[in-house]
Design a protein around this ligand. Structure first.
Ligand code: SF4
Ligand code: SF4
Length: 350
């Protein structure tokens, strides 16, 4: 018989940083569109796997010099390559033992609810009465909480004792009965320091508006995060004022956004860069909900993943789009290492 210990050892071997297990009864109050039993009616357990976002993946955004690494290696690459491989390989082990395993190692872009939690209009219909509209999307952060990996912080991020807010979660739904892990007591890590509120560049995390729910028998409360605002802010966009025109998103598919957004002070790009690995487009580098929170938790010394040097070493930068760009004293032809005209090291890297 395959045990929780077997699952955990295999998950770590296969590349997960964190593994926790929750019994299906913990999802008894899940909304129908997020209910794992809608996907597997005889499910017994959920296995949550955590994949760390490298602290180094946030370095280039923190310095203001290298933005794509977080969106690729810390976001899209984990979500669409590294995590699915681990989740699928662990699922194979469960199915080899005669139990079914639903490998959920991605964000389900076909889900019937939008980012805010509302049903997408005219998108899909339930196939029978009592069934959810396709696709169901199990909330991955809450799954992390219900499987004992960590708690939901004020920012609505999953905070773990190992990495704070710095991980992505994949899950496996299975009819294999496994020994569950204890749920982490809310308030173990999040001390309501509100660094996430202060540093979110779009003011998307309100200090005075919260959501409360009883989940897995625990009373939880987190900020009523403005997900619509976060959607454009994290990509580096800022809403134009009345009478202004902005084309920050005009080249990408964003219905209703044409002409309405300009570059914000956390974006050095005049137009939004393309997504990396399908979903990675976090120009903001999760400034409030991840970087500020991580800095706060590291300063308090409550995280297990310790570093020799502090993450933040200078005042955060910002771009003033009303000013001319910073001048660089280029001399052409110029072969010094600071010159953009130095073609000795070309950009072809393959
Ligand atoms: S920044 Fe502070 S208040 Fe916000 S989630 Fe992290 S620990 Fe909680
Ligand atoms: S991703 Fe960026 S914009 Fe969205 S809540 Fe986090 S810090 Fe704010």
């Amino acid at each position: 018989m395959i045990t929780s210990q077997d699952i955990k050892a295999a998950a770590k071997r296969l590349g997960a940083d964190l593994v926790g297990i929750g019994s299906i009864d913990r999802w008894s109050t899940a909304p129908i569109q997020m209910d794992p039993k809608q996907i597997m009616p005889n499910a017994k357990s959920i296995i949550a796997l955590g994949f760390r976002v490298m602290r180094g993946s946030l370095r280039g955004v923190e310095e203001g010099t290298y933005f794509s690494n977080y969106s690729s290696m810390g976001y899209g690459g984990i979500t669409y390559i590294y995590m699915p491989m681990t989740v699928i390989n662990l699922s194979k082990m469960i199915e080899d033992a005669g139990y079914e395993a639903v490998p959920m190692g991605h964000q389900s872009d076909w889900r019937a609810i939008d980012n805010v939690g509302f049903m997408r209009e005219n998108y899909s219909r339930p196939v029978a009465p009592g069934k959810a509209a396709p696709d169901v999307m199990v909330n991955l952060r809450i799954a992390g909480f219900l499987c004992g990996l960590g708690e939901i912080g004020y920012s609505k991020m999953l905070l773990t004792p190992e990495f704070g807010p710095r991980q992505r979660i994949g899950i496996i739904i299975t009819d294999l009965e496994l020994e569950p892990d204890p749920i982490m007591e809310p308030g173990t890590l999040c001390n309501r320091c509100m660094a996430c509120v202060r540093e979110c560049p779009g003011g998307c995390i309100p200090a005075d508006r919260t959501v409360k729910d009883n989940i897995g028998g625990y009373d939880l409360e987190w900020a009523d995060v403005d997900m619509t605002r976060c959607d454009w802010t994290f990509q580096g966009g800022e809403e134009c004022k009345e009478g202004e025109y902005g084309n920050y998103f005009d080249h990408v598919w964003s219905p209703g956004w044409k002409g309405k957004f300009k570059s914000s002070s956390i974006s050095p790009f005049p137009k939004a860069p393309n997504p990396l690995y399908n979903s990675g487009k976090a120009v903001c580098g999760a400034k409030g909900c991840t970087r500020a929170c991580m800095i706060s938790l590291e300063r308090r010394g409550v995280l297990k993943n310790k570093f020799v040097n502090p993450f933040r070493t200078q005042k955060p930068w910002s771009v003033d789009w009303s000013q001319e760009p910073h001048k660089v004293d280029y001399k052409a032809p110029y072969e010094g290492k600071d010159s953009p005209n130095n073609t000795k090291w070309d950009t072809k890297t393959d």
